[in-house]
Structures are given as C-alpha cells and as structure tokens.
Design a protein around this ligand. Structure first.
Ligand code: FES
Length: 150
C-alpha cells in the first residue's frame, strides 16, 4: 500500500491534483479497484480531486477556531473575491492541530494563528497585489516577445 500512496503523491505533486485518467492508470498498475483509489484520495488531505489554485487558503472550522471567530473568515474571503479558480482555492479544515493559536488560517502552507478579519484582509490583499504584478509582468513579457517577433 505504501508504494500506491507514493505513486498518488507523485501524481498530486506533478499535476496539483489527481486526474481521473491517472487514478485509473494506478488502479490498473496496482490491480486495485478504482473505488479503493478514490477512498484513499478522499481520505487524505494531501490529495485533491480537482485542480487547485496557485494560492491555497485553509480556514479552520474546528471548535476552538470557531469559538475564536473563524466562522466569519469564509464570508470575508468571498467578499474579497477569493473564488475557486486558477488563482485561489479555499478549503475549510476541521482542526489543524494548533488549537492554542485559534483562530487559525493556513495560506500556502504558512500557519497564521490568532487571525483577525483585518489581518486576513491585509494578507489576502497582498496576494491579490502579487497576482496583479505577475499578470502585468506576463503582459510585459508577452509585449517584449511580440516586439521581438515584429
Ligand atoms: S480547532 Fe482550529 S486548530 Fe484546532
């Protein structure tokens, strides 16, 4: 079973999620029913069945974090335009295991404890700015390429 999970982790790392055709291939390769592959893929948080954005935001919905105010963070993110797209993925989690830091938000693997709405807005706004700069750089690069081609 260890090798099967390693193979799934490699696919997850390569694609950012587990494409259906790759799970079917693993099912054949390991002679394991596809239902078993799905059960593994949905059990572990390390796997996703759909593509994830460049920035992944987890809001903890565990008891300590909810008591600390994490319930409003999802609405805050929605109001800011954080959608499930190629830029952002929002995923609630049950408990991150850092309850003493409640409320906890994890953004791109970095744990932010004692989160507040204003702090969340500041961090996410910075991500939007960075995305905007990247987009501008892409346009500039494309413009340079167009200029070279002309
Ligand atoms: S309840 Fe949020 S980290 Fe445990």
């Amino acid at each position: 079973m260890k090798f099967l999970i390693n193979s799934l982790l490699e696919i997850q790392s390569k694609h950012g999620y587990l494409p259906k055709n790759e799970m079917e291939r693993i099912s054949m390769e390991f002679n394991v029913p596809i239902s078993r592959i799905y059960s593994i893929a949905t059990f572990y948080n390390a796997f996703s069945l759909k593509p994830v954005g460049r920035h992944v935001i987890h809001v903890c919905k565990g008891t300590a974090c909810v008591m600390g105010g994490s319930e409003v963070f999802e609405d805050t993110l929605k109001q800011m335009g954080v959608l499930d797209d190629e830029d952002f993925t929002y995923q609630p989690i049950r408990c991150f295991g850092a309850c003493s830091l409640a409320p906890v938000v994890v953004i791109d693997g970095k744990v932010y404890g004692k989160m507040t709405v204003s702090r969340l807005k500041k961090i996410v706004s910075k991500l939007f700015e960075d995305e905007s700069k990247d987009s501008d750089n892409d346009k500039t690069s494309k413009g340079d390429e167009d200029a070279r081609e002309a």
